[in-house]
Design a protein around this ligand. Sequence first.
Ligand code: C2E
Ligand code: MG
Ligand code: MG
Length: 752
Amino acid sequence: MLQSYLHTLLLDVDRDDFATWRERVLALFLFGATVMGAAVAVPSILLAVSKGLWSVALADLMAVIWVACLAGYRSLSYRARAWNLCLLLYLLGLALLLAIGAPSQIYLLAVPVLAALMIGLRASLLAMAVNALTLPLVGYWTQADFPIAGFDATPLMKWVVITLNFSFVSALISFSCVLLLKGLEKAFAKRRDSEERYRTLIEWTPAPLAVHDGTRFIYANPAAVALFGARQATDLIGKPLFELVHPDSHSAMQAQLTALAQADGVAPSSEQKLLQLDGSVIHAEVTSAGIVLDGAHAIQVAIHDITERKAAQQQVQQLAFSDPLTGLPNRRLFLNRLQQALAAAQRHQRQGALVFVDLDNFKSLNETLGQELGDQLLRHVAAQLGACVRDGDTVARLGGDEFVMLLEDLGGSSQEAATHAEAISEKALQALRQRHQLGTFQHHGSASIGITLFGNPQEISVDPLIQAEMAMYQAKSAGRNMLRFYDPQMQTAANHRAALEAALHEALAKEQFCLHYQGQVDETGRFIGAEALLRWLEPSRGLVPPAEFIALAEETGLILPIGAWVLQSACNELARWSRQPGLAHLTLAVNVSARQFRQADFVDQVLRALERSGAPADRLKLELTESLLVSEVDAVIAKMHALKQSGLNFALDDFGTGYSSLSILKQLPLDQLKIDQSFVRDILDDPNDAAIASMVIALANSMGLSVIAEGVESSAQRDLLATLGCQCYQGYLFARPLPVTAFEALVLPCST
Ligand code: C2E
Ligand code: MG
Ligand code: MG
């Protein structure tokens, strides 16, 4: 009980101001006076009784009871208790003055001092005035025993001197107390004002601020209360600090506290995830600063809510790095992850795989069923691929119907990685092979998948994405709906092609092409014409035959400028020959590729070449191949007619190797069929080849066309062909393809 009484006296104080402190001092005083009064009163009362001083005993008893009542009766107002105490001391002093004399002055002296301390200047002055009257009156009147050297003969004077001295001392002490208290009161007020200002600032600032002692919250301003979703500060106060910090940010917060302990001031701010009371996450920039609160070290945290900024940042990232249709990572993000995966694979010596998925026939589905169903299918596929991979693997959409799966950490060996990659890819293939319900439509889909492994230290992969794509194309050309692993030979071929293409560009720019001429003879062996055959004079490799580069030139479109050059050069030679007596009778055959012929302005190109060179059109023969006749035949025929009208001739090259139908052949304004050298080569040994050659010759005769056999290397071949009815020949037996001067040198002696 005593403990709780003392606790309420000393600690249970909300306010910390001057008046409160004065109340506490009075309460303590009364408590002390009661305890000590009781301790002193008992022996002194007994002593007084034993000496017959009943009045003293009574006064002591009364005083102790009175002070105990004042101490216990706490609902009495402060001023009433203070005045009561002063009155009690005065009466005690008076009673003792009457009973025992001079020592009682000490009680009277206490009255103005206590009045100054507890009530104020006026009360102190009043007490001094009352004392100044009481002392001479009571002292003189009762002849109180108070000897003073030199004044004992004049008692009135003596009491005047006593009163003056007493008043002087009591005034000195009382005024000092008043002054001291005034100063204290001012200081308290000043502190209260500054605290008030600080509190208003903290309370009104929109920035959330809280104070904790390293483990628990001890203060939170209204902005912090709102931030944490609390109703009032007390909901937060007392909460463990780390209860409001997301586990992801525990280490960041701990680091900040450690930095603060070392820096002793302000710790650098850090981004942290905090938790609201209902468990929602907020992103915040947290700054901690050490402060002293009530004499103890505490930590003030300033919290800057960046949840919205984070959300905006995330949205920007989402837009920049994800495919809006499927929500999957887009090409940019995928390439980023691929780089990381390659680096990680090398670091940890763990292989991974890149799986390229391309839907089969997606384009036609999109065109026939509409883009909306196409989009629906892509979303469906995205979800299915996502279900095939493990957490941590990446499925991305590169664009269109192309998806990739980045599978990391598949194993330490290529074998292991390949097994896992194949299993996952097979799963994807199965999933995509299912029927997909697109609205009311059931789509039977399939996909082609290319796989490449990465992370093998023995094989530095150049670009896994290209490799996987190449493998996917292999799967497509092998019949679709299947998977293929990347084969390094594919890469070598591709590298070779890329280098060749670059070299062809250079050859064109540096004029490294030239034409060789191979003579054509009639049944008498006389040169009647030549075929212009393209050669590439590659500085490091020498003469490169067309078989090594024509196909690529066709694929890349380079055949167009090359073909135009061939045509112009051939026409220039033909024009020159036409002016030279021994050569003027020669025709010149020029090979024209299908792509070249299909150019919209091909007819113009030919006529311009003839015009520029001045070559006779009726000596120019264009060699076409059957591949030209697989599509848009009408346009081909129209162009042939247009050129035919200008006097040009046409031969159908490599005849018999293609699939031209007789009905089409009949419509073409052809002049000659060229028996392909593959039939001539074995004509002596293979009756089939002889039969084909014979049929071609018969066909030509029936259509009114001339016929020429190419690749004739022996006179036996020539003789057999002659018996079959062939009239013209081309082959090493008569002439090899030769530079123009050599060819002319070969022809001129024969014609004279
Ligand atoms: P092609 O038009 O059928 O040309 C005949 C090919 O047979 C030539 O090969 C020629 O050198 C070769 N040849 C001729 N006689 C014999 C022989 O007795 N034995 C053997 N084994 N071969 C013989 P080349 O010059 O290598 O040309 C190959 C192909 O390249 C040509 O076949 C033609 O399709 C194409 N080509 C050549 N020059 C051009 C051109 O300027 N433009 C286009 N588009 N293609 C060309
Ligand atoms: Mg030819
Ligand atoms: Mg040929």
